[in-house]
Design a protein around this ligand. Structure first.
Ligand SMILES: C[S@@+](CC[C@H](N)C(=O)[O-])C[C@H]1O[C@@H](n2cnc3c(N)ncnc32)[C@H](O)[C@@H]1O
Length: 224
């Protein structure tokens, strides 16, 4: 009896220690406040479109916070995240710590690669990436989509956009200036241009919804 109680106490202590160590590790993982702020509003939109689909490819997974959060919220969805080869090790810190059945290790993927080396995804998601990539990379991003997404598949793109050359807010104009100072090839993209690139890739716009903090979520469906 005593041994059994000892055993229970030891196992509780081990669990507590595990939770403490996990917490310490999490404090040191790559982190983006923007992800924390936008994950709940994005989830609300995803819930309207993700039901029976089984797999999703994320491009430009960054810190992995979206992958971790959405994989928890959609336990039946296999969330395959990816990022540039040089960014994958950092991304995988959080993916490994999350230890979720439906969140495999991130794959190295540069949208400029001629062959993305994957196919048959039902969904594709990317957040805050098109304004970081160069215009050429954005073109390559859309050119790559038909090779990885099934027909009728959905593509979710979250981030800021311009409409008819105009910023939606003054703060987006300032953000664009800041982006260009940092990297002249980056910048907030024109919605019309994105829509044309998408159409050339056989994608039709399903939704363009305004999101908090001057962002949009664009959802495209692959028709061809
Ligand atoms: C601002 S971060 C966004 C990360 C994350 N999606 C988020 O919402 O926090 C931009 C991401 O784009 C990725 N990226 C930039 N160029 C890329 C490319 N050519 N192919 C794939 N990912 C790229 C970067 O490595 C980075 O993770």
């Amino acid at each position: 009896m005593l041994r059994r109680i000892d055993g229970i106490e030891t196992s509780l202590q081990t669990q507590k220690r595990f939770v403490r160590v996990k917490g310490m590790l999490e404090e040191h993982l790559p982190y983006s406040q923007a992800c924390e702020n936008n994950k709940h509003p994005i989830l609300k939109v995803l819930r309207r479109y993700i039901c029976s689909q089984e797999n999703l490819l994320e491009i430009a997974g960054g810190t992995g916070q979206h992958g971790e959060f959405f994989a928890q919220k959609f336990p039946n969805l296999y969330w395959q995240t990816s990022d540039l080869p040089k960014a994958v090790a950092d991304l995988n810190l959080r993916i490994t710590a999350a230890n979720l059945r439906n969140l495999p290790l991130a794959l190295p993927l540069d949208v400029n690669d001629s062959n993305w080396g994957m196919s048959n995804y039902e969904l594709l998601f990317t957040a805050n990436s098109l304004h970081i990539m160069s215009e050429k990379s954005v073109e390559r991003f859309f050119a790559g989509i038909p090779g990885v997404i099934k027909k009728q598949g959905l593509v979710f793109i979250y981030g800021p956009f311009k409409y008819e050359g105009k910023y939606t807010t003054e703060s987006n104009a300032q953000f664009d200036d800041w982006l260009k100072t940092r990297d002249p090839k980056s910048g907030i993209r024109d919605f019309e241009n994105i829509n044309t690139l998408a159409a050339n890739a056989g994608l039709s716009l399903v939704v363009d919804e305004s999101m908090p903090a001057n962002n949009q979520i664009l959802i495209f469906s692959r028709s061809e």
